[in-house]
Design a protein around this ligand. Structure first.
Ligand SMILES: [Zn+2]
Length: 100
């Protein structure tokens, strides 16, 4: 399928938005993981105060939410195919439009 220059530019803009959202969500997830992975195994406390047992289900909900978001967000603006694991694609593997 052929697109006009205007449409191609719109796809690039849309992809830039999606990529930014993707990075923001990954960053938030990463920040949330820090107290979890640095929790004291002997006391079961995170940051010396919060019990890991309370945090685990919360983290699970956030991780699932982030995965669902990622799966619906990380798609080609033109053909709506999932873009895969690469954080930095230049072209859609499915329809071939330039994303950047
Ligand atoms: Zn595509």
């Amino acid at each position: 399928m052929e697109y006009t220059e205007q449409q191609k530019q719109a796809f690039k803009n849309e992809f830039a938005n999606r990529r930014r959202n993707q990075i923001v969500v990954s960053g938030l997830l990463f920040i949330l993981m820090i107290p979890y992975v640095t929790a004291d195994k002997s006391t079961g406390l995170m940051l010396g105060t919060y019990p890991v047992a309370i945090f685990t289900p919360l983290l699970l909900v956030v991780v699932i939410g982030a995965l669902v978001f990622s799966f619906t967000n990380w798609r080609c603006p033109a053909c709506n195919k999932y873009l895969g694991r690469s954080m930095n694609p230049h072209f859609c593997w499915k329809c071939g439009i330039a994303l950047r």
